[in-house]
Structure formats: C-alpha cells, structure tokens
Design a protein around this ligand. Structure first.
Ligand code: GLN
Ligand code: ZN
Length: 774
C-alpha cells in the first residue's frame, strides 16, 4: 500500500509566496529572488511530506500563480494579444515570467495595454483559475520547462522518484473557452495531445514512474462526445506509454454517470474522492474492476475541510478495498489536493482564537499527511503500540467533539427542529407589502441607493489595525468609526441618494464580522487558503450550533439612522453566504448549519426593525456558487438555500422592505429560485453584460423590485450620465418602471472617494433624467 498525496499548499506556511509575488510585481525584488522563494517553499513541502511518511510525493503541484495557467504556458496556449511579449529581448526570460504574470494580471507598459485573461471558480471551491483561451487556428507548442525543472529538483531533494502532477488534456480543454465561434475546443485534442506526449516522453527520460493526470471534469455532467474524448485520449496515451504508470484523479464529486467510463480507461490507478462520495467504493467493487489490474487510490482524508479524520472508519473502508482487490493495488491519499485547506495547525498559537478543546478536533494540511501515514500504519502494523496510541487519541478526540457542550446547544437544536414552512413566510404577499412599503418610504420612481460599503481608506484600515493591536482603545476606535459614518451620511445626502447606507466602516469582512459576533464560530490566526494568485482568504470555522448572543448591527444602524430623515438600509450578510465562505462542521448536514445561521439573522432583522430601520438588506452573493457540481443535486440545495434566506427575511413585518444583493450575472438557470427568495428588492450585477441578463428576469416576469447595477465598481472609470440613462431605458423596456431601482453593481469598498463621488453624482443625475423621460 502506498501513501501518496495529490497536492500541497503552495503559498507557504506564512504566505511567503504572497509577499514575494507582490514585491516582485512592485519591482522591489528580482525574478531570481522570487524564484528562490518558490524553490524554498517547494523544498520545504517535499521534505515535509516525505518526513511525514508520504512515499509518493507530488511535484509540479507548485505554482507561482495558478496550475491551469501553468498548463497554458506548458502547452504554449498563449492568447494572441500577449504574443508581442513572447521572445521580446529584456522582457521575456527563459522562465517566461513577465508573459506569465501578464496573462494572469494584465500588462500596461511600453505602449502595450493587454487585458488579463478571465478568472473563474475552480469547481465548487473558493479557488479561482485562469481560464484558457482558444482560437479556431489554435496551435500548441511545448513552451515551459517548469514541470521538468521541478521534477529534477524534487528528485534531488527527496532522493526518490516524485510523481509529477499535470492537469489532464481533456479537463484542460474543457475548463477553457472558445474565443471565437465556429469550432469546439475538444476539436483541438489532436493538436494538443502531441504536446502532452512530448511532456511525458521527457518526464519518462528523466526517470518518472508515476504520473498524476488530474481530470476533475469527470465529476461533472458530461456529453457523450466529451466522454468519448476521455476514452480516445487515454487509449492513445496508453498506447504511446505502455510502461509509464498513469494515475487518473478526479475529485469533489462522485464519478456518477462517468463511473463506467472511468473504470474502463486504460490507466494504472484511479483516484476516488471517498469524502465527497463514500458510496463509490462499493459501486466499483461490484464491477469487473475487481478483476483488472488497476490500482485504486482511496481519498479518505478530507482535502476540503479541517476536521480530524475518523481513523477507525477510514480503516474499515480501506479494509473493504483490501479484501476485494488486495493491498498491492491500493494507494491511500487525501480526497483532493490539500491546497484548499490551511498549511499547518501548529502555526496556531493564540489560545483565545482556537482553544485547546477546539484545536484537538482540527487538522490542517500538515496534519492531514500524518493522518494518511497513520492509516497506512494502521493496516501494516496494527499491533505497534505507537500506532494503537494514535488511534486511541483519535477516537477520544472524536468522542470529545461529539459530546462537547461547546458544540451542542439544545435550545438551538430544538428551535431548528420546530422550524416549518410557515416560518419561511412573510405575512402578506409581495403586492400587499409593496403598497405598504411605498406608502411608508415615499420614494420617487427610479429610487437610488448603493450596495452597502464605502471606500475602506488607509485611515479606516490603519485605525482598525491599531485597535486590533491594542494601540488604540475601543472608545477611540469607535469615535473614529462614528465620524466616518457621519461623514458618509452627510455626503450621501449631498449627493442626493434616496436610500442611504451606513458605509460598513466597522467591518473588516462581510462574513468575518458576523462570525466574530456569533457563537459557534472560531477564527484561526494563520489559516490562509489561496483564493487566486497572491490573494488568500482565512475562512471562519463553524464548529458548533450557531447562536446570536446579542444584536450584531443594531447599534451602528441606529446611529446612522439617527443622523438623517432619509431611510438608512440595515446591512446583513445572508446565511448561505456565511456558510459558503466558512469551513463548515461535518457532523450535521450543511442545510442544518445554514438554517441555524438563518435563525440568528432572523432575530437580527427583528431587532433592526424594532430599532426603527425600515429597509434591511440581506446580502447573498454566494448563493450561486453553492450550487452542487451535478445538476441532479441542484434542486435539493436550492430548496434549503432559499428556505434559509426566507427564514432570515421573515423576521420583517410587511412594511419593512427586504433587499438582497448578488454580484454576478448568470441567473438564467436559477431564476426560479431567485424569485422564490421573494425579496422585496434585489440588486444585481448587469453593467458589464449591458443589461442582457435582465432578459432572464423579464422572460420570467420577475414580479418584485429590482436594481440592475448601472455601473461596474471593479474599475475606477467614472461612468457618464448618458450611458447610465441608456441602461435604465433598456431596463425600463423589459421590466415595469415602478419596480426599478438605480444602483452600482456592488459595494464600493475597494474604490477611492474621488471616483466614487463623481460616479454616484452622475448616477443620481441619470435617475433624475430617467424619471423625466417616463
Ligand atoms: N454589502 C456588501 C458591500 O457593499 C456586499 C458585498 C458583496 O456583494 N460581495 O460591501
Ligand atoms: Zn456584490
């Protein structure tokens, strides 16, 4: 039985790579210095894995930005606009670093103005990859030496043969996009495969034995043509490389309808994500697979979450597999790359954040290696006293977790069990509510508002940092926040907005802020996970029943409302988004945790209303990203996600206007669920797609009020009055005028004041013009 790993976090245990990349982009360190930081992280990672007992250690899982972008560089899929950089003297070095970062981040220099490649979510994770761009005349060529260099480096460091990781050719194409019409990217396989063959030939010559080919698209719904592509590709590779050991890895979901295909592919090992899909082991063991020679890689240690493994349960799983196919055919691994969990629990030293009691239930990437090794030891040397000790400690921690009073709050569980459909209902219908709200709020047609946050200036950040470090008292900090809020209210009145916001100056992050005020959440100090490039996030850890000990936002909302006669929106983060951006407990269904959060938000809504807040926004920007990978599971998810939002909103009486906000532009396939949310007002992103997406709302006769974003807040560009009027007219052509709001795309947190002022002044003028035109 072989212990192996699919991938290790590459940001460094103290985000060394983040710092080095940002310094490099700011011209503060050289290419060589950046590469040196990368080399050190890789070596640390390899040795850490080897010392932990992983015998087949991955290489080429490292990346300076993104593994999909690495593949684009490896196969020379360079979009045409970047070609001027390729081979340019003094710019393009053998490592192609300038080109590489230009593709990731755009390039504005030497008279060139190249927009970055698109970025999108990696399956259902919070990681974003750079989307490959393909043209009809696409050609490929072996361009980057990265995989070969890293193989040699790893081999030397480890003194054994590492296992190169490559994104497989079919998933590589499927994850990309055609940039022109008239061809299908899968048609490019014949042109692409020769490059993969060159890569494998060279790796084999360097001494590689196992190659890990990641084909995570096998976790998605595939067409027959796509399945066919897998079959031809792997038959061809097998034919060309009869002796190279190919390990095919998919993860994040069951193979499902692709299982038959997967077990017939002529590879040497098939990886199973047994955390996301425990049942597929038995499915496979009932097939003819048992009589083949193919190895099984059992992904029993959770690569997506941070809870300790149930070693006894995993051992039982492994034993079932051994009984069916024998030890020689088994590899033990995490369920997917460990890049989706933080590096090392040992970096957590602050006992106020993670108490020893909570800490004993957690494992980060480093500790997950120990779990893989322990599972191998449990099979190989069950009688070894040290091994028995590890198992006993593990079982004790699991029992402690089950029984902990920290986790279990009977009142919360009981309240959840009493929850019915009735608790997810507002009192009146939308029509009834709308007339009460209009009467109360007395807003003009095309009312103007913003999404919540205003610029987080250096002053805001530095005051918060000082307060957190203890260099400022709570009184001082709050006095500062009061001042900022007051200025924001005065400023909004001057600009002439109709529904104001308090500005969110007191919040570091829209999830962390609530997590810190709710029971059942813990925070790490160093639990960073790569989100994209140098950007890392530190997700809260939801470990127990969620409970709101006291109001969370009422004081600031009430203060802001006291400063003005205009309505000030209360601002809350919705239950689905809080769930989605956290590490969620695995000892109860996600649905239950989400509904517990929903009840806490429900209570907050009631308190805001009681404090005189007449408009309350419950942000759900992550509702869409929570969608399961397979469509057959969508309706179940959407059912409880919608229910959670409605439970949160149902705290409000009919005359209180509930807003929600979602900052993305794909609604076509979930418009039914969006309608079911029954928010009085929804604000969405539209400006970049020029209101096209409004079609979904129009076609579906979306009944409630809607604020299509009239300008893109991601750019500092100030939109003109005319272009916004035009967008509003487009909207008015497809939706009832009485239902339309005027607002930017998203919060203004990342913008600066000068452009924010200009943009919002223009937006207010655009609304005035639109009113005159009806
Ligand atoms: N209210 C939040 C803000 O304005 C919403 C952010 C978001 O949608 N991601 O910052
Ligand atoms: Zn947004």
């Amino acid at each position: 039985m072989i212990a192996h790993n699919l991938g290790y976090p590459r940001i460094g245990s103290h985000r060394e790579l983040k710092r080095a990349s940002e310094q490099f982009w700011a011209n503060k360190i050289t290419r060589q210095q950046l590469q040196e930081v990368g080399r050190r992280i890789r070596q640390d990672n390899w040795l850490t894995q080897q010392q932990a007992g992983i015998s087949l250690v991955p290489c080429n899982d490292f990346s300076l930005y993104d593994q999909v972008l690495d593949m684009s560089l490896t196969v020379g899929a360079i979009p045409k606009r970047f070609l001027p950089l390729l081979g340019q003297p003094n710019v393009d070095h053998p490592d192609h670093l300038t080109l590489y970062f230009a593709m990731a981040r755009g390039y504005q220099q030497d008279g060139l103005d190249l927009t970055a490649m698109e970025m999108t979510k990696w399956f259902d994770t919070n990681y974003h990859y750079i989307v490959p761009e393909f043209s009809a005349d696409q050609s490929f060529t072996l361009l980057s030496e990265k995989v070969f260099t890293e193989f040699d480096e790893a081999k030397q460091t480890l003194n054994t043969i590492p296992k190169p990781v490559l994104l497989g050719p079919v998933s590589y194409l499927l994850l990309g996009k055609e940039k022109e019409t008239g061809f299908d990217r899968l048609d490019l396989l014949d042109r692409l495969l020769p490059i993969y063959e060159q890569v494998l030939t060279r790796l084999q010559a360097q001494g590689a034995e196992w190659i890990q080919l990641d084909e995570p698209c096998l976790s998605l719904d595939l067409t027959d043509q796509q399945r066919e592509a897998f079959a031809t590709t792997y038959t061809r590779l097998r034919h060309q490389f009869p002796t190279l050991k190919l390990l095919l890895a998919s993860y994040f979901e069951c193979y499902g309808a692709n299982l038959n295909l997967a077990i017939q592919l002529p590879v040497d090992a098939l990886h199973l994500d047994l955390v996301r899909c425990p049942s597929q082991l038995d499915d496979i063991l009932q097939t003819d697979f048992v009589n083949q020679k193919t190895h099984l890689s059992l992904g029993v240690v959770d690569g997506r979450n941070i809870w300790i493994n149930d070693l006894e349960k995993s051992r039982a799983t492994i034993r079932r597999a051994i009984q069916a196919i024998g030890q020689e055919r088994i590899l033990i691994a995490p369920s997917c790359s460990l890049m989706h969990v933080p590096c090392d629990l040992n970096s957590e030293t602050n006992e106020q954040n993670l108490t020893p009691e909570i800490k004993q239930w957690l494992v980060f990437a480093r500790q997950k290696l120990d779990e893989v090794a322990a599972l191998v030891a449990l099979i190989h040397q069950p009688d070894n006293p040290r091994v028995a000790e590890v198992l006993a400690a593990n079982q004790a921690a699991l029992i402690a977790r089950q029984q902990s009073t920290l986790i279990n709050r009977p009142t919360v569980k009981e309240r959840l069990s009493r929850l019915t459909e009735q608790d997810a209902q507002r009192q009146g219908s939308f029509v009834q509510r709308q007339s009460l709200q209009h009467e109360r709020l007395q807003l003009p047609l095309f009312p103007t508002t913003t999404i919540g946050s205003f610029p987080q200036t250096d002053a805001v950040r530095s005051n918060r940092a000082k307060f957190k470090k203890g260099e400022q008292t709570l009184d001082q900090y709050e006095a500062f926040i009061r001042l900022e809020t007051e200025q924001a209210i005065r400023w909004q009145e001057e600009v002439g907005l109709d529904v104001l916001v308090h500005g969110e100056f007191e919040r570091n992050d829209m999830v962390e802020y609530f997590g810190e005020l709710l029971d059942g959440f813990a925070f790490s100090e160093n639990g960073w996970v790569q989100s994209y490039g140098s950007r890392c996030v530190k997700p809260p850890i939801i470990y127990g029943d969620v409970h709101r000990p006291k109001p969370m936002t009422v004081r600031w909302s009430k203060f802001a409302q006291s400063l003005t006669k205009k309505p000030v929106k209360g601002m809350l983060t919705g239950p689905v988004t809080i769930l989605q951006w956290s590490f969620v407990r695995d000892d109860q269904p996600r649905r239950n945790t989400c509904l517990q959060i929903a009840l806490a938000i429900h209570d907050e809504v009631i308190d805001l209303e009681t404090a005189g807040i007449g408009v309350i926004q419950i942000d759900e920007p992550a509702l869409r990203e929570g969608l399961p990978l397979r469509r057959e599971n969508w309706s179940d998810y959407l059912k409880w996600a919608v229910m959670a939002f409605r439970v949160a909103a149902s705290g409000a009486q009919d005359h209180t206007q509930i807003h929600t906000h979602m900052c993305y532009a794909e609604f076509n396939d979930i418009i039914g669920a969006i309608t079911d949310l029954d928010a009085d007002v929804i604000t969405i992103e539209t400006s970049r797609s020029q209101m096209e997406l409004l079609d979904a709302f129009a076609r579906f006769d979306y009944p409630n009020e809607i604020g299509p974003g009239v300008y893109d807040i991601h750019s500092p560009r100030v939109p003109t009055v005319e272009e916004m009027v035009e967008l509003l007219q487009k909207a008015a052509n497809v939706l009832p005028t009485r239902n339309l709001w005027v607002n930017p795309d998203c919060g203004l947190k990342t913008r600066r004041w000068p452009e924010t002022t200009e943009a919002l002044k223009n937006m207010v003028k655009a609304a005035q013009t639109a009113r005159e035109l009806v």
